[in-house]
Design a binder for this molecule. Sequence first.
Ligand SMILES: Nc1ncnc2c1ncn2[C@@H]1O[C@H](COP(=O)(O)OP(=O)(O)OP(=O)(O)O)[C@@H](O)[C@H]1O
Length: 509
Amino acid sequence: MRRDATQALGSDGDALLSAEGANPVLLQAVGIEKSYGATRVLRGVEFRIRAGEIHALLGGNGAGKSTLIRIITGTLSADKGKVTGRCDLSGGGPVVAVVHQELALLPELTVAENIGIVHARGALAGSSQRRMRKIALEALELIDPALGAAIVDRPARDLNLHEGQIVEIARALSTGAEVLLLDEPTANLTAGETNKLFAVLKRLSHEEHIGIVFVSHRMKEIRELCDVCTILRDGLTVENAKPLAELTDAGIIQQMGQPAHRAAGARREGPTAADQATPARLTAPDGTEIELRPGTILGLAGAPAGPTGLIAPLVGAGRGTGWRFSIDGADTRFASPAQAMHAGIGFISGDRAAKGIIARLPIVDNVLAARRVRERRLLVHKTERRECADLVSALNLKAASIWDLPSTLSGGNQQKLLVARWLGQPLRMVILEEPTRGVDIGTKRDIYDLIRRMADEGAIVIWWSTENVELLELCDLIFAFNPEGQPQGFLRADNHTEDGIARLTGMAA
Ligand SMILES: Nc1ncnc2c1ncn2[C@@H]1O[C@H](COP(=O)(O)OP(=O)(O)OP(=O)(O)O)[C@@H](O)[C@H]1O
């Protein structure tokens, strides 16, 4: 299955041959245009990917990256323009495969079946099973032979996220894909898993000459992994396959149309009235106590098992995790999310689909949901419409109308909507679960400012993030968990580095 870069010629002959010395072009999009009603989403985008290249596709929220990917993979048709590739895409050769953040594996099927099913002929008879297993092992061998042998017979539901992604990549390779599109693949990975994924991607590009398109808002990762970048801005290509070494971070951010870097808001100096208030107390299953004064930003570091055990009871979404807490000196338990909300606990999750967006209601109802629950109101008042429009513009949320459904928003703009929901609310505590997932660089800084503002107004902020740099930048304290979810205590001052967090959380490579 080994690939040879020189074989990657276009079906239209020399048209896709490379300039001298460069690897050949595997796929090219020219003059792509797409509109939804009056909204022009893509306005003549250019994009191309060469064999053996790791190519960052960059742009602010709503710039058009996902729309372009859907057109390239054929799930959406362009109004104008052309996508050409090594095979005739309309002829159906699956040369391009996408690996999404949300995995598309069938949990009850084995890894062999998940990979082999796309090749299966008829029912899953014994001979088919053997054939699927062989195909799966061959594909997994291209990535990580030891891991392949270990997981090939396991059901997909037993895999961790990194293993699941490897299976998706293997499935793509088994179909002959030569271009892999990865849409924010590291959003749910730990630092160690991210390192492993990057090693796989580098090997696939260097040794198998796969062309890899990497969509991310994490500058550090883009620099670490990618060779070139294309930047979209308002549906136009403003940098086309430019070597990353020729662009500074500030230059990239400027091309994306984002405001220049601002330092996080200054921390409060000296005691305030809030400091005299009774602190909230969180008690871990092992008896570890965390005391939090109003205005404190507590970071939670570690794989999901630990932080979610603390977050679920705090937001009224689960008990029995062994955590106990007291607010205002009294033991507190929430029977439902509504009860937590009435007690002044706000919750912003990066898992938009499962824990935030109300898909069937328009943007306006989504933004005002927390107020309605607190105030037991149902209808949209005239003043609310204005309030919603103000919140939307304060966060620079890109929406055609507040009456549209959230599904018409790009991923990052859906995330802003969840933040808007809590702005200006009297909050005692704000629980943040990866709140900047999928959010572009400029908006991340806006969200950081809002978090600091909520803390300065007296809210306790509890914030889980797998992006260690953001915890280091904003948190007063960082509490760590190991991969099994057991508390490891606070990070000491000398551990207040990315490496320190990675070591304590067992998430180092
Ligand atoms: N079905 C639709 N109806 C109306 N507008 C849409 C629809 N789908 C996408 N859009 C608009 O197209 C624009 C581009 O969206 P797209 O998802 O491609 O952006 P993106 O660059 O991937 O953003 P993000 O980084 O936030 O994921 C957005 O402003 C979005 O609101």
